[in-house]
Design a protein. Sequence first.
Length: 133
Amino acid sequence: MTVYEDGTEVPEGGAVVGGPAVGALAFGWLGPGDLGPPRHCPDSLLRVLEDAARSPVGRTRGFHRCPFCPDAEFWLTRHQTTDGSELWLGSAAIEVRDRSGRTWQAPNLVLHYVTAHGYLPPAPLVETYGTAR
Ligand SMILES: [Zn+2]
């Protein structure tokens, strides 16, 4: 899967068909060595990401499985949402805006990285959505 460092600009014509917003910043485009110690993502931010995943901005080229689950099946990854529904991850990208108006783009697998592997999105998103709204 394509790897972008968190906070770098997603190139046009990159990993997503139909996206990204021009100037979007990357998050969650993780490679096998990119996970630090597990951290807690605020539930309010997780819900924002889930909402974004219900309306993806583009499809990824092919589908991708989690690089951190050694026995992941070669298929989409199931995510149980905070409201009990399910999303299938690994073939689309999502975008969210921070409070300064910057657009951030991630693979929808970012939901799995957050809930299964303790990935914490970049500080501007935590600061925008991480407190009660
Ligand atoms: Zn995983």
